[in-house]
Design a protein around this ligand. Structure first.
Ligand SMILES: [Zn+2]
Length: 310
């Protein structure tokens, strides 16, 4: 390794959803230099990611933890290893593997994203997001040639025309619509079970701001006009490659819901009391790993009692 730069811990958000807790230094300026030497780092820990984006975990005293292997014990092809960054003198990498490797449990981001500690949460969401992008950029978007991975996993290079492809993230907005008092709107997608509800969400379209996407999606999905659109927080959701931008918005005028049946099976207004009652069966709320849970918790001022859907 060349001379060390000071570590740069990430900014800590005032409102931190489960997958926005990273504490490691992504150390992006050294990716190119590490392309051919990452596997020789003297203190390297490697996170295996399967083709269906599961990772190995161990049961630690505090709960589940990533099963991070010493670099010299991992036998996959080092050419495909990707640099995730560093923390407390340890370098972290992602490698592709299969479930043939022995582990206590192979699990997905949805299952353990909210249960692992801050360091593991940051490494997990970065590794899964990077693996998803690598799998979706195998071919050059201009000429279709098979691309080569470079810069320790962060660039795909087209050998035919020299195009360099960098990891992409799609902005999506998610919004808790409220009445300025004690009620908010939750909707249920038609593919969800009967009691499962969440806040409204949709992708930002080309040429649109996030706030404009909020107003458009709310009107399209439930027929409400909104005002006082406020940004709250964001969370990566790399299944496959979204960045969720979380907002609140207040209904403006008519509060009658007109549900677009193509997008939602139903939607309704719920009071704070409706959402915190421990004995409720409906609505079931999103799990703690989601930014939807964070937006609802933030608006309630307390954690909703179980049950959540999984
Ligand atoms: Zn090309």
């Amino acid at each position: 390794m060349s001379q060390e730069r000071p570590a740069a811990p990430p900014y800590t958000q005032p409102v931190r959803p489960a997958l926005s807790r990273a504490v490691h230094d992504r150390d992006g300026l050294r990716r190119a230099e590490l392309n051919d030497t990452l596997h020789r780092h003297p203190d390297l820990r490697v996170l295996m990611v399967t083709d269906d984006y599961l990772v190995p975990t161990v049961e630690a005293d505090r709960g589940p933890a990533l099963d991070l292997r010493r670099g010299d014990t991992v036998h996959s092809e080092p050419a495909g290893w990707s640099y995730l960054g560093r923390h407390d003198g340890v370098a972290y990498a992602m490698a592709r593997g299969s479930r043939d490797i022995r582990a206590d449990r192979w699990v997905g981001l949805r299952e353990i994203g909210a249960e692992v500690d801050d360091l593991d949460a940051g490494l997990l969401v970065e590794a899964v997001g990077l693996a998803q992008w690598q799998d979706r950029s195998l071919h050059c978007p201009l000429c279709g040639a098979v691309t080569e991975l470079r810069d320790a996993g962060w660039v795909r290079h087209c050998p035919a025309d020299g195009t360099e492809i960098f990891p992409r993230t799609d902005p999506a907005m998610i919004v808790l619509v409220h009445d300025g008092a004690d009620r908010c709107v939750l909707g249920r997608q038609s593919i969800w079970p009967p009691d499962r509800f969440s806040v409204l969400a949709g992708f930002v379209e080309p040429g649109e701001s996030a706030e404009q996407a909020v107003a458009r999606e709310v009107f399209e999905e439930v027929g409400l006009s909104v005002t006082d659109i406020r940004y709250v927080t964001s969370q990566p959701w790399p299944l496959p490659q979204s960045l969720m931008l979380g907002f609140t918005a207040q209904v403006d005028g008519d509060q009658r819901l007109v549900v677009d049946q193509k997008e939602l099976a139903e939607a309704d207004w719920f009071s704070r009391a409706d959402l915190v009652r421990a004995d409720r069966v409906r609505p079931k709320l999103p799990p703690p790993v989601s930014i939807a849970y964070q937006l609802i918790t933030d608006w309630l001022g307390e954690k909703p009692a179980t049950p959540a859907w999984t």
